[in-house]
Design a protein around this ligand. Structure first.
Ligand code: DPP
Ligand code: ZN
Length: 879
């Protein structure tokens, strides 16, 4: 496989000024006629020739016609991945006829079938499976698309832009013509043909234009589209109000598709969504899935500006659109849910997925400089760390400065395909501020570490805060330059009040702020504050102002103090997590020594105080009382030991259950939500806290608690509560487990999304017979290896969400994963690569486990016909 490098970028030799596509869809094949208006941009080789190279594969080529002349087969070369015409004229019209078999396309890339419908997925390089084309984002063209299909089976025919024609054809067929006036790269092309129901609404933009909103799904699923429709309207209004961005076409369409590799896709005017992020009703979706719909609908909508109007020059710039758009959707969710809750959840995702990636063999910068398979770079680094980098810009420039920079970026580059550099330049120009050192966040991989030390001089009432940064080596980058790191800082007195922060030398004419963003640029810097009477408790990196690992050198008493008193809600949560982590790591060490285990009374007291702190909103309290995950504990061990992490987390849960039984029971009853279920953030917060109490009550494994959970289950009128009630029963292997699995199936049977939860709750149960159960689930009639949601619900839930059983010392879990990766790879390489990545950090584990994982990775690598996707992940992992 070939590696591609950012440094090799060259502009496209030919531009496309217009493309017309005609799709003739049949049950056995799809025939595509593409007509391209092309112009040479420059001369290339010494002979003055500029060969035209069009990307394409997995198709049958029927004819090539240049300026009306059908070419002989010796006038062009067909290679496995491209079509080459040696020296076409300066301007020409090229017609290419190809066909493919969508019904056999299991890669879910290009044109494929999902159930009874035809649909497409072109990002990143799927368009080349549809027709021969310069399939790169810096080739932009206006599209006119004609779709012809059987009228009875496919009455709904959709593509990007506006529908300009349509009608009946002979032989019971029908056609529709779509025109997208906005030039776009091929990755934003989309087509859908099916027999679909539609939920319709409308939106009036800030300038008074009416936009038709259409959500398409199978007829029986249309009733589940209302939440998504509301989310779309909220997103459209929000982007106008916060960023001044208005929608541009007359129609905005979303289609829900059951078989989809990603969450959703922002095709111009015609988003295609995984059903998981569109369909919801109280019986099928949990509170957090309702939130997920809000954020993914917003994300794809926001791409219309950050991605579509201004797109990427090449795929090394992927974070230009993804990091920025994730930041935008996080800000949206923060406004509609709760700022602190959203921030904590975003940081949890970053820490549990991106930090490990940044510390492993596939670590790469936010702007990667090479790749083998671009599909492997839709990563937490590009998305979530990319969003953190954009957020730091907002922190450094202020909200207004950031907005000015973004306005200038859109103004300068509307209709263009650009790079990260253009984005930073616009921020600089709009703010009159150089961001030279800041650019390192895009090109250096790895999570920086920051160590903080305080010293206080009572005589001069001066406090010195010293910050020191470092960054571990990552593949290909052994040495790192210091980053430009914003550190939001407060100092708390003994009552938890933030004291004024006056830097030495500052005038005291105006009152000093109680929170400041300190900018760490050198390897080590000290900041001196005047007028500090006593040694304060530092509250650093407030709101997680930078994606770094902070060691503030606090002791447990200080952590408990911040957990109870910090006025920054993020740091309250953070301090509780850090305190719990330390207590648990202490127990891991005790267990290793063979000592008896004892959960510190101070920790139990602090936990109780948080549970009973009615000043803390229930959603935040639920987060603050959620113990760090087994994965988080493993990250903090020298060598990860899944068995130890599981044993200790279970021990702490069981201790809390017994020692706080009365308090948990009181809270459980106090946070009942009155009335019938509806999704609303405040209700969701109460449910989260109540269900956390229930979960802890069951960790003690007594039968009274099981009865409580059974009642909770039977009284539930929604998926959130049902799942909360049965998870601890099924995961604990309690007496009613099997009966509940059978009963829950009946609740889920009519919805694929609900069934995913029925599968994953079993696959993630940390019981001794987990693997045989998983194998049995894979033979269930509702399971299919061809459906990515099911693969995630079973294989993903076991290998990624059940560490103690996946990492069984026998190695059976690893052998199972390798077997599934190979089975998947033949059909859907993207899905296979995602799964195999679960073993990529094998070196982090206990020696015996590491060796077993390594063996399986080696076994995979010896297979012939491995996809580039899997090859890249496995070879990098073994390096
Ligand atoms: N579906 C992906 C996203 O929206 C790719 N653009 O992030
Ligand atoms: Zn995106």
């Amino acid at each position: 496989p070939q590696t591609r490098y950012l440094k090799d970028y060259a502009p496209p030799p030919y531009a496309v000024s217009a493309i017309q596509l005609r799709f003739e869809l049949f049950e056995e094949s799809a025939r595509v006629t593409s007509t391209l208006e092309m112009q040479r941009q420059h001369r290339q080789d010494e002979a003055g020739q500029t060969p035209l190279m069009l990307d394409g594969h997995d198709m049958t080529l029927h004819s090539v016609t240049l300026d009306g002349q059908k070419l002989d087969t010796d006038a062009y070369i067909v290679e496995p991945e491209r079509l080459v015409i040696a020296n076409p004229p300066e301007r020409f019209t090229l017609e290419i006829v190809t066909s493919s078999k969508p019904q056999d396309n299991a890669s879910l890339e290009g044109l494929y079938r999902s159930g009874d419908m035809f649909c497409t997925q072109c990002e990143a390089e799927g368009f080349r499976k549809i027709t021969y084309y310069p399939d790169r984002p810096d080739v932009m063209a206006p599209y006119t698309v004609t779709i012809e299909a059987d009228k009875a089976r496919y009455p709904t025919l959709l593509s990007n832009g506006n529908r300009i024609d349509g009608g009946d054809l002979p032989d019971g067929r029908r056609f529709a013509v779509w025109q997208d006036p906005f030039p776009k790269p091929s990755y934003l092309f989309a087509l859908v043909a099916g027999n679909l129901g539609c939920l319709r609404d409308a939106f009036i933009t800030q300038s008074g234009r009416r936009v038709a909103l259409e959500l398409y799904a199978r007829e029986q699923d249309v009733a589940q589209c209302h939440h998504a429709m509301a989310a779309l309207k909220k997103s459209m209004r929000w982007d106008e109000e916060r960023f001044g961005r208005e929608y541009d076409l007359d129609v905005y369409m979303i289609v829900a598709v059951g078989d989809f590799n990603m969450g959703a896709m922002e095709n111009k005017g015609l988003n295609i969504f995984n059903t998981k992020y569109v369909l919801a009703n109280p019986d099928t979706a949990t509170d957090s899935e309702y939130e997920g719909i809000d954020s993914v609908i917003a994300h794809e909508y926001f791409h219309n500006w950050s991605g579509n109007r201004v797109t990427c020059r090449d795929w090394f710039q992927l974070s230009l659109k993804e990091g920025l758009t994730v930041f935008r959707d996080q800000e949206f969710s923060s406004d509609i849910v709760s700022g602190p809750v959203q921030r904590i959840n975003d940081v949890r995702v970053l820490r549990s997925h991106q930090f490990p990636e940044d510390a492993g063999p596939t670590a790469h910068p936010v702007q990667p400089d090479s790749y083998i398979e671009i599909n492997n770079f839709y990563t937490n680094t590009v998305y979530n760390k990319g969003a953190e980098v954009v957020r730091m810009l907002q922190t450094l420039l202020g909200r207004d400065g950031f907005r000015k920079g973004l306005d200038l970026y859109f103004e300068r580059h509307d209709g263009q395909a650009v790079t990260v550099e253009e984005f930073i330049s616009a921020m600089e120009a709009a703010n009159g501020r150089a961001l030279t050192q800041f650019r390192l966040w895009y090109v250096q991989a790895g999570t920086p570490q920051v160590r903080a030390a305080l010293s206080h001089d009572a005589a001069s009432q001066r406090l010195t805060l010293t910050l020191r940064q470092s960054c571990p080596a990552t593949p290909g980058q052994s040495f790192k330059q210091p980053f430009h790191i914003p550190i939001a800082t407060a100092l708390l007195d003994q009552q938890g009040q933030a004291i004024p922060l006056r830097l030495v030398g500052e005038s005291n004419a105006a009152p000093a702020p109680t929170e400041r963003v300190l900018e760490l640029r050198a390897t080590e810097e000290s900041f001196h504050f005047d007028g500090v009477a006593q040694m304060p408790t530092p509250s650093l990196l407030r709101g997680f102002s930078a994606p770094v690992k902070l060691d503030a050198q606090l002791d447990n008493a200080q952590l408990a103090f911040l957990w109870a008193h910090d006025s920054d809600p993020f740091n309250r949560w953070e301090s509780g997590q850090e305190y719990a982590t330390r207590v648990m790591l202490g127990l891991v060490a005790a267990r290793a020594r063979g000592d008896s285990l004892n959960l510190d009374e101070n920790f139990v007291d602090a936990f109780r105080a948080c549970l009973q702190d009615d000043a803390l909103d229930p959603a935040l309290r639920a987060l603050a009382l959620t113990l760090p995950s087994e994965g988080h504990l493993m990250e903090r061990m020298t060598l990860a030991d899944p068995q130890a992490a599981h044993a200790i987390r279970s021990f702490v849960r069981a201790q809390l259950s017994v020692r706080l039984e009365a308090e948990l029971l009181t809270a459980y009853h106090a946070f009942r939500v009155a009335g019938a279920y509806r999704y609303a953030p405040l209700d969701a917060g109460r449910r989260a806290l109540r269900n956390l109490c229930l979960d802890l009550l069951l960790a003690g494994q007594d039968s009274a608690a099981e009865t409580l959970a059974l009642n909770h289950y039977h009284n539930a009128d929604n998926m959130t509560d049902r799942l909360a009630a049965i998870t601890p029963i099924i995961h604990g292997g309690l007496p009613h487990s099997d009966k509940l699995i059978a009963d829950f199936y009946i609740h889920c049977a009519s919805s694929a999304n609900a069934l995913d939860k029925w599968f994953s709750i079993q696959a993630s149960a940390p019981l001794p017979d987990a693997l045989p159960r998983v194998r049995a689930l894979m033979t269930h009639q509702d399971f299919s290896l061809r459906n990515p949601n099911k693969v995630r619900a079973v294989i993903g839930a076991f290998c990624g969400g059940n560490p103690v059983r996946f990492h069984d010392a026998s190695g059976a879990g690893y052998a199972f994963l390798a077997e599934q990766v190979l089975a998947l790879d033949a059909a859907n390489p993207q899905a296979a690569a995602r799964m195999v990545a679960l073993m990529s950090r094998w070196r982090r584990f206990r020696r015996d486990l590491a060796e077993l994982m390594q063996k399986q990775l080696q076994r995979i690598l010896t297979q012939d016909k491995l996809s580039n996707d899997v090859y890249e992940i496995v070879s990098k992992s073994l390096n």
